[in-house]
Design a protein around this ligand. Structure first.
Ligand SMILES: Cc1ncc(COP(=O)(O)O)c(C=O)c1O
Length: 393
C-alpha cells in the first residue's frame, strides 16, 4: 500500500497571474483573474481555427470529456458522464427545474437574497405548478447569525418540501450552509436538493458523495478560474430520463460518427450528456476551463481554503478592534466573507478610500464582501484595514 503524499501548505502564487503591483484585488467572487496557462490554452484554441484541416471529429469530444473528468474529480463524483457542459448557472438550474414535477401545493425552499440564477427558475416552477416558494431569511440573533440561519433552514424543511435549492456559501457574505446535514434532511423528506456551487467549488472542498445532491451547477469564471460563458453541471439519476433545454445532435448516441448523424436517433449519450449546451465542444472555452481546473486540482481546494484562512486571520482579528464584525469562522468561508462596519456606518462611505488605494471588493447588501485567493497576500487585507481605518476616523 502506498502512503498518500502529504501536501505542503501553499505559498502565495503571483507568477501565474497578471495582477499589477499595487493592485489589491480581493474580489474573486466577482470574477477571477486569468492564469497565464489558461490564457495560453485559450489562444491555442483560437489558433486551432486557422487549421480546420487539422481538426478531427475526436477534437469535438476529447477535451470535453477531459473537462468532465476534471470537474468530477474536483467534486468527488464517481462518474464523469454525469457532468454536463452548460453556458451558465441559470441554464443549468433551469434544466433541473424543468425536469422536476413536484406535487401541486408542495414547497420549494430557498434562502433570502440567494443569487437570482438559483431563484428565477424556481419562481417559474412555483407559478406553473402552484407550489409555494419559501424563502428562509437570516434570523436576527445576538450570537452566530450563520449558525442560526442554518437552524432556520433545517426547520423550514418538512414533508411538504419537494425542492431545496441552495448555495454552499452565500454569495453576498460567504455564510456557510451545512449541506451534508441538509442533504440528509432532503432524503428523509424525499425532496430534490439542487446546489449552486459557484461561490465555493474550486476554493473550498465539496464532497458530492457525502452531500448527495440531485444537481450541482457551478459557473466557471469565479472560483473555477475559467473563462466567462462556460459552467459545469452535475446531474444525478433523478434527471436520467429528462428533457434537455436544447435538442443537440452531439448529445445523441453515436454522434462521434459524423457520417451518420443524419440517421436521426432519439437516444442520448449516457447519463447527463443530454444536458450539454449546443456546440459544447467550444475549442477556446473548454481547453481554458480544463487548464484552470487542472491547476486547482494541483493546488487542491483544501489548501486554497487554508491559504486564505492564514492570510486573513491576523487582519480579521485587527478588524474586530475597529468595531468591524465578521461571521464566526465555522459558519463562513475563508475565501469569502462579509465585513460589517460599526452600526450606522454606510459601507458606501468606504468607496473613495478603496479607489484611492486600488482595492477591489464588492459592497453587497450590508456587507463589504471580501474574496481573497492564492494571488493575494496578508498585505492586501492590511491595505483594506487601512481604508476602513481612514473611513472611520
Ligand atoms: C452564486 C452565484 N451563482 C451564479 C452566478 C452567475 O450566474 P449565471 O451563470 O447564471 O450568470 C453568480 C454570479 O455572480 C453567483 O454569485
Amino acid at each position: 500500500m502506498t502512503t498518500p503524499a502529504v501536501l505542503l501548505p501553499l505559498s502565495r502564487q503571483t507568477e501565474g497571474f497578471h495582477i499589477p503591483a499595487g493592485v489589491h484585488y480581493l474580489n474573486c467572487a466577482y470574477m477571477s483573474p486569468l492564469l497565464r496557462e489558461v490564457e495560453e490554452a485559450g489562444i491555442e484554441g483560437l489558433r486551432l481555427k486557422r487549421r480546420p484541416f487539422d481538426t478531427t471529429p475526436d477534437d469535438f469530444f476529447r477535451d470535453s470529456d477531459r473537462l468532465r473528468e476534471a470537474f468530477a474529480t474536483l467534486v468527488g463524483a464517481a462518474d464523469p458522464a454525469r457532468v454536463a457542459i452548460v453556458p451558465s448557472v441559470s441554464y443549468g438550474i433551469t434544466a433541473a427545474a424543468r425536469n422536476l414535477v413536484p406535487d401541486e401545493g408542495s414547497r420549494i425552499v430557498i434562502l433570502g437574497e440567494q443569487f437570482p440564477s438559483n431563484v428565477y427558475p424556481w419562481r417559474r416552477l412555483a407559478s406553473d405548478r402552484r407550489l409555494e416558494l419559501v424563502t428562509v431569511d437570516p434570523p436576527t440573533v445576538s450570537g452566530s447569525r450563520g449558525e442560526a440561519w442554518n437552524e432556520a433552514l433545517l426547520d423550514a424543511i418538512d414533508h411538504s418540501t419537494s425542492v431545496i435549492a441552495l448555495p454552499q456559501y452565500h454569495w453576498m457574505d460567504g455564510t456557510r450552509f451545512d449541506l451534508e446535514t441538509v442533504g440528509r434532511r432532503a432524503r428523509e423528506v424525499g425532496a430534490a436538493l439542487i446546489i449552486d456551487g459557484t461561490q465555493s467549488v474550486g476554493a473550498a472542498p465539496f464532497d458530492l458523495e457525502a452531500i448527495g445532491p440531485d444537481a450541482l451547477v457551478c459557473a466557471g469564471y469565479k472560483w473555477l478560474l475559467g473563462p466567462y460563458s462556460i459552467s459545469l453541471a452535475w446531474y444525478g439519476s433523478r434527471f436520467d430520463e429528462g428533457a434537455p433545454l436544447e435538442e443537440t445532435w452531439i448529445s445523441r448516441l453515436g454522434s462521434d460518427d459524423f457520417r451518420r448523424v443524419a440517421e436521426y436517433r432519439d437516444d442520448y449519450r449516457p447519463a447527463a450528456a443530454r444536458y450539454d449546451m449546443g456546440e459544447r465542444s467550444n475549442f477556446i472555452l473548454v481547453p481554458m476551463q480544463l487548464a484552470a481546473i487542472r491547476q486547482i486540482l494541483e493546488w487542491t481546494p483544501e489548501r486554497i481554503q487554508d491559504y486564505c484562512r492564514n492570510i486573513t486571520r491576523g487582519p480579521l482579528a485587527e478588524a474586530a478592534s475597529l468595531g468591524v464584525s465578521v461571521e464566526d469562522e465555522a459558519w463562513r468561508g475563508a475565501h469569502l466573507f462579509g465585513l460589517r462596519l460599526p452600526v450606522g456606518v454606510d459601507p458606501a462611505r468606504l468607496v473613495p478610500e478603496l479607489e484611492a488605494r486600488s482595492i477591489t471588493v464588492s459592497l453587497r447588501g450590508s456587507a463589504v464582501r471580501v474574496a481573497p485567493h492564492v494571488y493575494n497576500g496578508e498585505e492586501d487585507l492590511q491595505e483594506l484595514l487601512e481604508a476602513i481605518r481612514s473611513t472611520l476616523a
